[in-house]
Design a protein around this ligand. Structure first.
Ligand code: HT9
Ligand code: FE2
Length: 342
């Protein structure tokens, strides 16, 4: 199968104060997020002058991918479009069509299965193509990469450097706390063709990162950034509640590692670096937040490797992965169907 382009598909974020509300409306349209929650999240963005770091992180990743492709002789143009903010994917697909692209691969900035992390991006692609019309390029999503060494190793190194900042005399009472975006329990139950895939993949990534970074330390997987109406159950415990439980049980020091994400965007710099850090301080816990892959060369090279394994007629032989969960290129049509909303 011949491909003539790659597109980086991101979440997107506002870059001016006046963009914050329209961005949040795009994110939450039809999703039953109460206005109080929206106002609260708008505050988090305004705290940073209305600028989410995520678009610049997408730009940096785009530049790094282009440089890596060029340095390794992969001659494919790389485009960038977002789900929720400019450049919107439909505009990018229009440009691709105008440039004569007919068949492209999409690298999505989420490693996992599940509705928000995988299926919704495929819906974004379908909607953008429908908006462009019958001559829109075909766009196929690259596979989930939760256990790829290019994702796991940068997270593990980040955990190691975070640990170096903690008091070694307290190692016996130090713990790793991995976090990912909480989702509604019903969405987690529907993730993947047999359910539970988002959580199962996160547990595997946590296991792999912990084993590589600090096999002697206990670790947990907990959740952050809960949204939605209060009566709808979401995955728990929340990272802040978990820190309280750890402090109560004698933990003195934590490394918090956001394995659910690929860059230090607003959910990281607000929910962890601001809120969870504050919680830890109140509890008297030593707290260091571990970094995310960002533009780590191994992560950037992973994008090229994912493309290479898809282009190769016998791509399975090129696959690099550390875990054991089932893996596929193309999701079955039934997976991650949206939870029915009340
Ligand atoms: C699984 C998952 C990921 C990881 C996969 C991936 O990375 O794609 C993720 C990433 C992100 N989520 C982000 C921001 C937001 N998420 C929201 C709301 C929601 N997220 C959900 C899930 C996820 N979200 C869900 C189930 C909702 C409820 C509404 C709905 O059913 O869709 C809201 C609404 C307000 C609120 O928080 O209530 C905002 C502002 C940003 C950008 C940060 C920045 O600007 O730097 C990023 C990368
Ligand atoms: Fe989110």
């Amino acid at each position: 199968m011949a491909y003539d382009a790659v597109v980086l598909l991101g979440f997107g974020g506002p870059e001016r104060p006046e963009d914050v509300m329209p961005f949040l409306q795009n994110v939450t349209r039809g999703r039953g997020v109460p206005p109080e929650r929206l106002a609260e999240v708008a505050e988090h963005y305004q705290h940073f002058g209305g600028v989410s770091p995520i678009n610049q992180q997408h730009r940096d990743l785009l530049a790094a991918i282009r440089a890596d492709f060029a340095a390794n002789g992969l001659d494919l143009p790389v485009y960038w479009g977002n789900r929720n903010w400019h450049p919107m994917l439909a505009d990018t697909v229009t440009q691709m069509r105008d440039d004569g692209v007919t068949r492209a691969l999409a690298f999505v900035t989420s490693a996992y299965g599940g509705y928000s992390s995988c299926r919704q991006y495929q819906e974004d692609i379908a909607a953008a193509r429908a908006a462009v019309g019958p001559d829109a390029p075909v766009i196929e999503k690259l596979r989930q990469f939760w256990d790829h060494p290019g994702f796991v190793e940068p997270h593990a190194d980040a955990v190691r450097s975070a640990l170096d900042q903690l008091d070694p005399a307290r190692r016996d009472t130090t713990r790793l706390v991995f976090t990912a975006h909480s989702v509604p329990v019903s969405m987690a139950a529907n993730a993947g063709p047999h359910g539970g895939r988002y959580e199962a993949q996160l547990r595997e990534t946590a296991r792999l990162v912990a084993a590589a970074a600090a096999p002697d330390l206990p670790y947990d997987l907990v959740w952050q950034s809960r949204s939605g109406p209060p009566q709808v159950p979401w995955l728990e415990p929340d990272v802040n509640d978990h820190l309280a439980a750890l402090a109560e049980a004698g933990t003195t020091s934590v490394v918090v590692s956001p394995i659910g994400f690929v860059s230090d965007h607003l959910e990281v710099v607000w929910d962890l670096d601001t809120e969870a850090r504050q919680t830890a301080k109140q509890l008297g816990l030593d707290f260091v937040r571990a970094g995310t892959p960002g533009t780590d060369p191994r992560f950037v090279a992973m994008v090229r490797e994912l493309v290479a394994e898809r282009i190769d007629p016998d791509g399975a032989r090129l696959r690099r992965r550390l875990g054991e969960l089932p893996l596929w290129d193309t999701c079955p049509a039934v997976c991650c169907v949206p939870a029915r909303r009340p």
